[in-house]
Design a protein around this ligand. Structure first.
Ligand SMILES: Nc1ncnc2c1ncn2[C@@H]1O[C@H](COP(=O)(O)OP(=O)(O)OP(=O)(O)O)[C@@H](O)[C@H]1O
Ligand SMILES: Cc1ncc(CO)c(N)n1
Length: 273
């Protein structure tokens, strides 16, 4: 039987840990058919990003439309988007094929701005395009704490400031905001926070002491996307994504001389999360 079909709009990580490679691995482990609209080729390994080749915006839009009209997309997500022109092209293509909260296709916007090592993956002038073009179309946005700081100027250090950040980001128009806590390094646990303008949902989880969390944000967003494609509600899909990422961080493995990737391979031998 044909599995649910999902689309990632993101960059390539030559090291295979993050980006489109992480998304496809998570999609496979979640039992959905993954499709890709490539936005950039990065020259990357576990240590850092040494080069970026950006894909022309019309080619990014054409990839989205090609798979949408033939195969169909049940949920879509974004990762590294590189620049404002690419973001503009994605917004146009999304509207044409019904991706986004005003269309019928759930749309997860992960506002990726830098790699784990701090290398920039989004040009400075593209932050405004993310806020104005993609956040109002998003079913869920999934910033980490560095992205929260870039997007809102807020420094999240505890649950109170995490709630404040969720409210500030909600004002940009997404249906839901998920503020991820991975970068709250002084905290004992990893409590992500989901908000829809009225209700706060806390997603508690353990914090593993490991340097190998490369691709963690991509893997979480891909698991959420897969669950939405199966028809789950946003709180159900995010709870699934959290269970999925906890197991994937637990099973992360060392690779190269830098940060190893999280691993969704455990899923292939388990019946359910
Ligand atoms: N050390 C850890 N132990 C357990 N869970 C973690 C750890 N680090 C991050 N997570 C979880 O992984 C998910 C991704 O969080 P994080 O804030 O690190 O995102 P990110 O920075 O976008 O990821 P990436 O590493 O892909 O850039 C969240 O659910 C977070 O709670
Ligand atoms: C291509 C790419 N996308 C996303 C990330 C962030 O995990 C990365 N390091 N590289």
């Amino acid at each position: 039987m044909t599995p649910p079909t999902v689309l990632t709009i993101a960059g390539s990580d030559s090291g295979g840990g993050a980006g489109i490679q992480a998304d496809l691995r998570a999609f496979f482990a979640c039992g959905v058919h993954g499709m890709t609209a490539l936005t950039a080729v990065t020259v990357q390994n576990t240590i850092g990003v040494m080069g970026i080749h950006e894909i022309p915006p019309d080619i990014v839009a054409a990839q989205i439309e090609a798979v949408a009209v033939d195969i169909g997309v049940q949920a879509a997500k974004t990762g590294m988007l590189a620049n404002a022109d690419i973001i503009q092209a994605i917004a146009g293509a999304a509207d044409r094929v019904g991706i986004g909260k005003d269309g019928h296709i759930p749309f997860i916007v992960d506002p990726v701005s830098a790699s784990m090592g701090g290398d920039q993956l989004l040009r400075d002038d593209a932050l405004e395009a993310l806020r104005s073009e993609l956040f109002p179309r998003a079913t869920v946005i999934t910033p980490n704490l560095d992205e929260v700081r870039l997007l809102t100027g807020l420094d999240v250090t505890d649950m109170a400031t995490q709630r404040e950040a969720a409210e500030a980001l909600y004002a940009y128009g997404p249906e839901w905001v998920l503020v991820k806590a991975g970068h709250m390094r002084n905290a004992e646990d990893c409590v992500d926070l989901l908000y829809n303008g009225t209700d706060f949902h806390e997603l508690p989880g353990p914090r593993f002491d490991t340097p190998n969390t490369h691709g963690g944000g991509d893997t979480l967003a891909s698991a959420i996307t897969s669950s939405l494609a199966r028809g789950s509600s946003v709180p159900e899909a995010v709870a699934f994504g959290k269970r999925f990422i906890v197991r994937s961080v637990r099973d992360a493995y060392p690779l190269g001389k830098g940060h190893g990737p999280v691993s969704p391979f455990w899923r292939l031998s388990a019946d359910e999360v």
